[in-house]
Design a protein around this ligand. Sequence first.
Ligand code: ADP
Ligand code: MG
Length: 319
Amino acid sequence: MSLGEFEIISRYFKKPASGDVLLGIGDDAAVVSLRSGQRLAVAMDTIVEGVHFPKGTDAADIGYRALAVNLSDLAAMGAVPKWITLSLSLPSNDESWLDRFASGLFELASKFNVQLIGGDTVRGPLVVTIQIAGWVESNRWLTRSGAQVGDLIFVSGCLGDAAGGLAALQELSEITESTRYLKQRFLRPQPRVSLGRELREIASASMDISDGLLTDLDKLCAASAMGAELDVDRVPMSSQLRGTFDADRALNFALAGGDDYELLFTVHAADQSRLRNLKTPLAHIGKITALGTVRCVRNGATFEPNARGYDHFHSGARK
Ligand code: ADP
Ligand code: MG
């Protein structure tokens, strides 16, 4: 028998509510409890087939990725993710698709102790929206707007892998250790939630990189009314990325490719030593200036990034 909306929800998405979820899936709204001194942080991200992931992507990866990008938003704020709602627009009620989607979603949700507390299910083109909520201590959340002149700019992990992974999915049929790694970095980004929590006490500004380093650094600078000098040679790139693409293209992915979901943040120079105890790999890639623009520097000279470079993932259709 073909599944109706009610069966889809109860079979794939309804789990017993626990802990701070007082009322979960099944009523007109969910009810959760917050402790005193906590503030609610809320974010939402939508991913669309053919825009954010290629047609034919494994549903488990879609479920995983839809949550990962939301977790990353709360990571950037220094918040603890707790609850999600899921809006699912589906072309059909394909049970094996739903099963895989739910397995990817709940795999990541359980890793971060996040509960699905509600949502909406409709028929339509494949679009997945997750709204995430979590808590952060009063007055201790991170923002994009706190960077000051002289602050050092850092980034976590390596950049460009996800864009390289997407390009590999679309054009490379040969599967190597490196392309497998890059594809996983695109399909299953690892949100930097614990780093965000640690940075809450250290960083002056923070955001996650979803649209590409240059664009996102621009946004951080605009929010802080500052500029930046970015040392292109310091931008961290994985050996897998450098081994798969030529140097220009790898750099272009690292500077302009999106989807890495690493954290971009600034610290006052005096606080740099406080980063030493953190376990996440971090790279110092530049400094905040009063200029109002982002200037790229390479070998000490101004460097113009190749804006016309290879750019599937950052075309006008992407947001
Ligand atoms: P309403 O008509 O009042 O909006 P629905 O019948 O659409 O309620 O949904 C019933 C319950 O199932 C609600 O608690 C809703 O939050 C939940 N729900 C609907 N779709 C999903 C989904 N995709 N994931 C999780 N919960 C869902
Ligand atoms: Mg209702």
